[in-house]
Ligand binder design. Structure first.
Ligand SMILES: [Zn+2]
Ligand SMILES: [Zn+2]
Length: 320
């Protein structure tokens, strides 16, 4: 099969040919039709988080046709032990021995992959492949972060990329007010956020006109944490939704005082996936997509790093 591999972190990924994967008992063999690009793929490529195996096929938002004929989604959570104290308490996202797709298990920037059937997600028929793929990490981990904001009415979204542009639509659908924060001078993304229902969109170093009940940080810049804290009303929460963030600068305790809190969101449970995939067509979440053929994964990662597209990048392995 054709596949794109990361051999050394910090260096470009490259297209190559690998032996076709063989499904073990309990695994599905998938013909991949789409695989969306996540910032975690870029963090692995850029060596901002550690790889656990090299070479590795990145990509963990996979849509494919299984060898039993079903169309399924393969998310980041690829395997858990089912027995550790987190699995035993409905927190498989924190499983001590979890294996993640596109890091510990070869992922979806390829023509074929194998996946443990128990962690594959049913996909709503309404969603075409390129629309379904970006939901599988950006959408459903973003949804997990949104849940952790409780009933926050005024919601700030910091870093308006793949995840935020989906979660903005869900939040507006739920009747919340969305305040979008972008890099200073990024007028194009601010306009994009307003087109998706944000009532206010400005630079991340500006304060919103009203204090916010919660903020979700999707970007990896640690300085956004004290900035988001400053925008919060008492009892508000800052949720950090990314796997990697640069160091958080110190800030006055006064900014945390008033029962404000900061928390992270890690990974997903299968229940998050089922809930979000049932909700997405009802909103409906419309994902803005830029597509690339398989040989152009490095270009897609570069465009993500540089912020050259709005919304989500999706690799289509079946096109040239
Ligand atoms: Zn476990
Ligand atoms: Zn991801």
């Amino acid at each position: 099969m054709r596949a794109v591999i990361l051999e050394r972190q910090g260096e470009p990924v490259r297209a190559t040919t690998l032996p076709d994967p063989e499904p073990a008992p309990g695994q599905l063999l998938l013909n991949i039709t789409a695989c969306a690009v996540c910032r975690t793929d870029l963090h692995l490529r850029d060596h901002e988080i550690e790889a656990t195996k090299l070479p590795v096929v990145l990509g963990h938002q996979i849509v494919g046709i299984a060898n039993d004929g079903r169309r399924v989604g393969v998310p980041w959570l690829g395997w858990t032990d089912g027995t550790c104290r987190y699995c035993a308490t409905d927190r498989e996202n924190l499983c001590l021995n979890a294996k993640f797709t596109g890091r510990d298990i070869d992922g979806g920037f390829a023509e074929l992959t194998v996946a443990d059937e128990r962690y594959c997600l049913e996909l709503p028929d309404e969603l075409p492949d390129d629309q379904a793929a970006p939901l599988l990490c950006g959408g459903l981990i973003g949804y997990r972060a949104l849940r952790f904001t409780g009933d926050a009415t005024r919601l700030g979204l910091y870093g308006f990329g793949s995840s935020a542009h989906q979660i903005c639509q869900v939040a507006v659908h739920q009747g919340r007010e969305v305040y979008a924060f972008t890099r200073p001078g990024d007028d194009r993304t601010q306009t994009f956020a307003k087109s998706l229902g944000a009532i206010w969109a400005r630079a991340s170093n500006e304060l919103p006109p009203e204090q916010l009940d919660a903020g979700i940080i999707f970007a990896s810049a640690g300085e956004l944490v004290p900035q988001a804290l400053k925008a919060l009303a008492p009892a508000g929460t800052v949720v950090c939704a990314g796997i990697h963030m640069s160091d958080i600068p110190s800030f006055p305790y006064d900014d945390l005082w008033g029962e404000r809190s900061i928390r992270s969101v890690a990974n997903l449970t299968r229940k998050d996936g089922e809930e979000f995939l049932a909700l997405a067509p009802k909103v409906p979440v419309k994902t803005t997509v830029t597509t690339y053929p398989l040989d152009h994964v490095e270009e897609a990662l570069g465009d993500l790093r540089a912020g050259r597209f709005e919304g989500s990048a999706v690799i289509l392995p079946t096109t040239d």
